[in-house]
Design a protein around this ligand. Structure first.
Ligand SMILES: Nc1ncnc2c1ncn2[C@@H]1O[C@H](COP(=O)(O)OP(=O)(O)OP(=O)(O)O)[C@@H](O)[C@H]1O
Ligand SMILES: [Mg+2]
Length: 223
């Protein structure tokens, strides 16, 4: 289980996460809601080891992740779809999906099985596989980024504001994919951030509110 023990983080000398205490159990879909600048992206980046924490500890199954730099965290089963999706335009969608598994050196058979499972969860990706990453719309890129996060995120999937900017049809498909994933894999923990909680519908099992880098114990309305 992933646990955040009073973690703080600073960017450019300013504290942007303050003593975040959080337990992320398997099988849960957890939303982190907060206004722009609240620290949502910073929180996910800290969990992924892409930003140093200035205080506290992050542990996975009791082991301190301090010794696991960002490039090693995917090998622990942590997948991340950043806000700005980062789909490589010179690669096909399938190559984009396979890439993190190739980097981990997984056997081809395992990669093929994972790809098959991802297509089951996000069927809209099937007809896109051979297309160039450059040929995707913004919304399609978000679906591809979800698929890529799922390829390595066998234990934890962190999705940064996935619903932002999605047209209603794609938002519905994205929500259905998350629901399918949540129902089909009871060992997976899905963490989704949003600034607008209504976009999350009734997907989350639990909704946490982040305000100015602090987790609030009681929900705060964020429109
Ligand atoms: N590269 C940076 N340089 C300086 N300050 C930064 C940088 N990145 C983030 N910050 C600051 O850290 C705080 C948290 O930013 P963060 O991006 O985590 O917020 P967020 O909740 O993801 O916001 P949004 O909803 O706009 O994505 C903000 O006050 C922001 O101004
Ligand atoms: Mg953000």
């Amino acid at each position: 289980m992933l646990k955040l023990h009073k973690i703080s983080a600073r960017i450019a000398g300013i504290t942007v996460l303050r003593e975040i205490e959080l337990v992320l159990p398997p099988g849960q879909l957890i939303a982190v809601v907060g206004r722009n600048g609240a620290g949502k992206t910073t929180l996910l980046r800290a969990i992924m080891g892409l930003l140093p924490i200035s205080a506290g500890r992050i542990t996975l199954d009791g082991i301190d992740l301090g010794g696991a730099p960002g490039h090693r965290r995917p090998s622990l089963g942590l997948g991340y779809a950043p806000e700005d999706r980062v789909i490589y335009p010179t690669f096909s969608v399938e190559e984009n999906l396979r890439l993190p598994c190739e980097v981990l050196g997984l056997p081809q058979r395992e990669i093929a099985q994972r790809l098959e499972r991802v297509i089951d969860v996000v069927p809209q990706l099937a007809p896109m596989l051979s297309r160039s990453g450059a040929a995707l719309s913004g919304g399609q890129g978000k679906m591809a980024a979800l698929g890529r996060a799922l390829m390595v995120g066998t234990r934890y999937v962190l999705l940064d504001e996935p619903f932002q900017g999605l047209a209603p049809v794609l938002a519905n498909q994205y929500a259905e994919s998350l629901q399918r994933l949540h129902l089909s894999d009871k060992s997976l923990c899905i963490i989704v951030t949003e600034s607008n909680r209504s976009l999350l519908r009734d997907l989350p099992d639990d909704t946490l509110t982040l305000e100015r880098g602090e987790l609030q114990s009681s929900p705060v309305e964020t429109s």
